[in-house]
Design a protein around this ligand. Structure first.
Ligand code: BJW
Ligand code: ZN
Length: 261
């Protein structure tokens, strides 16, 4: 996008007023915020061993129980991608918002740690983490051996580690379809969304519930919501705007506007 069309979009008087008035700000992020760090979004097509699989069919307990090597191998390939990646300008801009007098809450659906590595503290992870596997049988946390970041090589089937506590199979520490989200994080996400005056919804397709309720709750509670996404449509509920384009271009602009009020 040219900076001129960005200027035109940012000049909207309602949007300017929302940015000027913001005190309690929520950033709600999805896979698109990490796209420019080289992490595939969830609904991108897969490559290598997994190219004939639908991610939504790999991200289930049933898939793991039926073919643990396939599913564990997929998650290890993704974890390697994340270890080799760096936070991008969007993650950094979001982290910079914490150093202001705004009350900021970062809520993410992502299973990577790029918000934290950019400097954001206390990120609410609604869908868990690639870096916190646990036993599928007894739930005990499993410590992965420290690994130097390396380029993922296209992936392969891998046997899941064995739990030191009960010898059960270790599974990725993410939330699969049909599983409950972490109760405390979800409750906090809903409460901060209901209580914020500005929510920035960055890089999410907004199709996965209950996380997709977060921007809906903010809108219904009277907050302004800005969607930052090359493709995102408006929800059609209340005071909302769509800024079309990549997060790594929009977030630094928005943060600059918020800081120069
Ligand atoms: C850019 C960009 C750039 C690109 N800059 N942007 C109501 C109706 C129908 C179904 C349901 C319902 N409520 C619940 C359900 C079922 C289900 C669900 O929602 N299904 C829908 C898909 C229909 N939900 C669940 O099963 C949830 N659990 C549940 O409901 O439990 C009930 C229960 C209660 C009590 C006890 C027991 C059970 C769990 C959902 C868990 C989802 N987990 C996943 C996988 C995590 C692990 C993994 O990563 O493998 O989380 S699914 C996947 O989608 C992942 C993501 O976090 C999540 C959201 O995706 P996201 O982030 O939006 O990514 P994409 O790829 O979809 O979009 C990327 C966007 O970025 C796009 O818009 C691009 O345009 C944009 N983009 N480049 C900015 N540079
Ligand atoms: Zn165990």
């Amino acid at each position: 996008m040219t900076s001129q069309s960005a200027d035109v979009q940012l000049r909207d008087p309602g949007l300017q007023a929302a940015l000027c008035a913001a005190q309690r700000v929520v950033v709600f992020s999805g896979a698109g915020v990490s796209a420019e760090s080289g992490i595939a979004t969830f609904r991108d097509s897969l490559i290598g061993l997994w190219q004939n699989f639908d991610p939504a069919r790999l991200a289930t307990v049933a898939a793991f129980e039926q073919d643990p090597e396939l599913v564990w191998g997929w998650y290890e390939w993704r974890r390697m991608q994340v270890l080799a990646a760096q936070p991008n300008a969007a993650h950094l801009a979001i982290a910079a918002l914490a150093n202001t007098n705004l009350e900021l809450t970062v809520i993410t659906q992502n299973v990577d740690d790029l918000h934290e590595r950019a400097g954001s503290a206390q990120v609410l992870h609604l869908h868990g983490s690639l870096h916190q596997p646990r036993c599928h049988a007894c739930g005990e946390a499993h410590r992965l051996p420290p690994e130097a970041p390396r380029e993922p090589t296209g992936g392969r089937r891998l046997s899941p580690p064995i739990c030191a506590h009960c010898a059960g199979m270790v599974r990725p520490g993410v939330v699969w379809f049909g599983e409950a989200l972490p109760e405390h994080s979800l409750q906090q996400a809903f409460e901060t969304a209901a209580d914020c005056d500005l929510l920035l919804s960055v890089g999410t397709s907004g199709v996965v519930y209950p996380a997709a309720q977060v921007p809906e709750i903010a809108l219904r509670s009277g907050a302004a919501v800005i969607h930052i996404n090359p493709q995102r449509q408006l929800l059609g509920i209340g005071r909302e705007w769509a800024l079309a384009g990549p997060a790594a271009e929009w977030m630094p602009r928005l943060v600059k506007t918020l800081l120069s009020r």
